[in-house]
Design a binder for this molecule. Structure first.
Ligand code: PMP
Length: 316
């Protein structure tokens, strides 16, 4: 993650260029004021099939394009064209590794003044990417002293660059205090999500997660895990407000997200969650998710776009 190869091919200013040539002005609006909308997508390399599977591209691009509307950014490409561009980016880089794809749409004017104009740009970067957090033994999380951004301040569902100052403050505080990750509460004190992940609890045999109206990012892994839990584990899944103290009495807890995948939480605020060990629901969902995104479950093959054998479906 730290030494990104400057010869990596990225898509920038409507063409493929080496990363080292993809530069913006220091006056760029998005750099100064946070006026960008991004996505995070994973791709998993399968050695046997010699294929790289991009996970839920359509959902990610749909979310990206609709979120761009929040900043009034019109987008020139549709999801099919973006899929085409992404698979081409992978092929040009000849990746034979797990990858992370970072689409970014941003206000690109280079000038002083927070009021945005109509000048937008977008970029697409894909790079080799391993584990985000090592969560095999379970994470130690803390409730952050920072509250989650409100929909009427900076919409959290928007995946807006500037809103990630909130995540950065919470993540930094958690790590400095010796925890692996932060859990943010809403301004009125309900459990919201992690710094870059949604959260689930297991209570009385049901899966519980905060609703989309509680300032969460509408996670694509969240939706995937809810489907896996209902279909494969026959679990009831409840979207409802979650109190802070439920974190302390839950049987299990885990984060979900493109980067963290399914990451069990075994301690919150120095209290054991359930047994204090990774529980059976988190273990099962982690395995199902891992198999699904690696193309090992035929029922979920439609979640995946093979980058190397992708047949062109882009609309004109
Ligand atoms: N919440 C936040 C704040 C995030 O940044 C992310 C990562 N995109 C998530 C949740 C998880 O969303 P997804 O499963 O779509 O990656």
């Amino acid at each position: 993650m730290h030494n990104v190869n400057p010869n990596l091919i990225v898509y920038f200013d409507n063409r493929f260029v080496p990363l080292g040539e993809a530069r913006v002005s220091v006056l760029t609006h998005a750099l100064n004021y946070g006026t960008g909308v991004f996505e995070g997508i994973r791709g998993y390399w399968d050695e046997e099939e010699e294929e790289l599977f991009l996970v839920r591209l359509e959902e990610h691009y749909h979310r990206w394009l609709t979120n761009c509307r929040i900043l009034r950014m019109e987008f020139p490409l549709n999801p099919a064209q973006l899929t085409e561009l992404t698979t081409e980016l992978v092929r040009r880089n000849r990746f034979r590794d797990n990858v992370y794809v970072r689409p970014l749409a941003y206000k690109s004017s280079a000038r002083i003044g927070v009021h945005p104009d109509e000048k937008n740009a977008f970029a697409l970067v894909a790079l080799p990417f391993g584990d985000y957090l090592d969560s095999r033994l379970g994470l130690h999380a803390c409730v952050s002293s920072w509250r989650r951004v409100e929909d009427n301040a900076i919409p959290g569902r928007g995946k807006i660059c500037g809103a990630y100052v909130n995540s950065a403050l919470a993540g930094d505080e958690a790590r400095r205090n010796g925890y692996d990750e932060a859990i943010l509460l809403t301004e009125d004190g309900h459990v919201c999500e992690g710094a870059a992940a949604n959260i689930f609890l297991v209570r009385e045999g049901a899966l519980v997660t905060p609703p989309v109206t509680d300032n969460i990012l509408e996670g694509i892994t969240r939706a995937a895990v809810m489907e896996l839990a209902r279909t494969n584990l026959r679990l009831e899944v409840v979207e409802r407000r979650v109190d802070r103290s439920e974190l302390y009495i839950a049987d299990e807890a885990f984060f979900t997200g493109t980067a963290v995948e399914v990451a069990p939480i075994v301690r919150v605020d120095d209290r054991a969650v359930g047994s204090g060990k990774v529980g059976p629901v988190a273990t099962a969902l982690r395995q199902f998710y891992s198999d699904a995104v690696r193309g090992r479950l035929s029922a979920y093959r439609h979640w995946l776009t093979p980058a190397y054998h992708h047949s062109s479906i882009a609309a004109a």
